[in-house]
Write a protein that binds this ligand. Structure first.
Ligand SMILES: [Zn+2]
Length: 120
């Protein structure tokens, strides 16, 4: 089953955070629906991060889906997530909303989709 890494952009910072990067093996529309419902994004026990999104939303900050990197499998998605974090690619550098036209975040092989969607 395919997976993906997805990047959410907040339209203004919440404390020091303005991005949220996660991996999933679930279909993205399901993940986004769960996010909208205020649930944990992927059921992997990352409650605190899901809690962050809920807090961001409660603060009246709009969440956008900024970028999606598609992978062949869910395991690849988690691997890619680790790789991105290990390379220190964080937030603005890989976000196509913050850095239009940037290629700095185009990490190796996975196909990156420029996908924009307002989450909440
Ligand atoms: Zn951004």
């Amino acid at each position: 089953m395919p997976g993906c890494v997805y990047l959410l952009h907040f339209d203004r910072p919440y404390h020091h955070a303005q991005h949220w990067l996660a991996a999933t093996g679930r279909p993205l529309p399901d993940v986004l629906a769960a996010l909208r419902a205020g649930l944990i994004p992927d059921g992997s026990g990352r409650r605190r991060e899901g809690g962050l999104l809920a807090a961001v939303h409660r603060a009246g900050i709009t969440l956008h889906l900024a970028d999606v990197w598609e992978t062949a499998t869910e395991a690849d998605a988690w691997q890619l997530l680790k790789q991105i974090k290990r390379q220190g690619h964080r937030g603005p550098a890989i976000c196509s909303i913050c850095s239009p036209g940037t290629t700095r975040g185009d990490v190796s092989s996975p196909r990156r989709k420029r996908q924009r969607e307002r989450i909440a």
